[in-house]
Design a protein around this ligand. Structure first.
Ligand code: NAP
Length: 285
């Protein structure tokens, strides 16, 4: 029987805890406020933002969206972010990606002050990963944090296991490879230039795909004798449906556990973001 690594039970558990912590902050006069800065009106971004707003409302935190014109200059954009950095009412800031072409040359991940960087992208926050910390009171990047918590919830051991992470982006693959290594997994970080990917995935205990290509991982990548755990981070559209990187129907009967898309890593990312908001607010209070 293949275990489905669904996020909902983890999310439910976390909502209960985060609601209590949010209430306690409100009683102390420090209501958590998530501010999202969106440049333009990218439809996918607006969908992600709606999910963040909904989750803030669920736990009793405040949410505000600053939607800036896509023609905004670098100077005005930087001034806007700096104003939010300085505003004591704002406890968490997200600059929603992608930004406009004009702003792409800015080092977006370094603009939000580390104390309010609930995406966990600022160098001050990612340094904990390099230093090997496994403490949970840092603002870690949300998707990697959510993936490890999903694996923990389903009691999937990491220590000594071989994890093959596919994709080396700064928001998922790279920080995830460090987080897994800090938890004593042996990590292979694969990417677009990796040769013979299937040879690596077939000897993996855990495969995590964060590429953004539908049906990249198929039966040929799996050794059914290994009882592999598969985590699918990908979010792709195929025949008007949201799908991951893994050809689910073909792969799921061959593995011990697999995360679904939707309902797996996506909700874990959002709840990790909310957890970072509460953590940041607690540190500022
Ligand atoms: P990204 O920045 O585009 O990075 C993609 C990575 O995949 C790159 O490292 C690239 O290698 C690698 N790659 C491309 N083709 C490959 C191939 N054929 N074989 C092996 N590796 C290949 O993407 P991202 O931002 O990390 O996002 C990846 C996917 O995860 C997307 O579908 C995104 O929507 C999804 N995502 C989901 C969540 C969630 O919460 N569920 C959160 C974040 C992202 P190179 O480095 O060599 O170019």
């Amino acid at each position: 029987m293949t275990t489905l690594l669904k996020a909902q039970p983890v999310v439910d558990q976390k909502i209960a805890d985060l609601t209590k912590r949010c209430q306690s902050l409100i009683q102390k006069g420090k209501r958590p406020l998530m501010k999202v800065v969106l440049v333009g009106n990218n439809p996918a971004s607006l969908t992600y933002i709606r999910n963040k707003k909904k989750m803030c409302e669920t736990i009793g935190a405040e949410f505000e969206l600053d939607q800036l014109d896509s023609s905004i200059s670098k100077t005005d954009f930087l001034a806007h972010v700096e104003k939010l950095n300085q505003n004591p009412k704002v406890t968490g800031i997200i600059i929603q990606l992608p930004v406009s072409n004009e702003l792409k040359s800015l080092r977006i991940s370094q603009l939000v002050t580390p104390e309010k960087d609930i995406d966990g992208f600022h160098g001050h926050n990612t340094q904990w990963l390099y230093e090997g910390s496994i403490q949970t009171n840092h603002l870690l990047p949300c998707t990697p944090k959510g993936i490890v918590e999903l694996l923990d919830y389903y009691q999937i051991p990491l220590k000594g296991k071989h994890a093959v992470v596919i994709g080396r982006s700064l928001i998922v693959g790279k920080p995830l490879s460090m987080l897994l290594s800090n938890r004593n997994a042996t990590v292979t970080l694969a990417h677009s230039k990796t040769e013979n990917l299937a040879d690596l995935t077939k000897i993996a205990d855990i495969i995590i795909s964060a590429v953004g290509k539908a049906e990249l991982i198929t039966a040929k990548h799996i050794n059914p004798a290994k009882k592999t755990v598969v985590v699918d981070v990908g979010m792709n559209t195929l025949h008007d449906k949201l799908v991951g990187d893994v050809k689910f129907d073909e792969v799921s009967p061959l593995v011990a556990a697999i995360s679904p898309v939707p309902g797996g890593v996506g909700p874990m990312t959002v709840i990790s973001l909310i957890e970072n908001l509460i953590l940041a607010s607690e540190k500022q209070s």
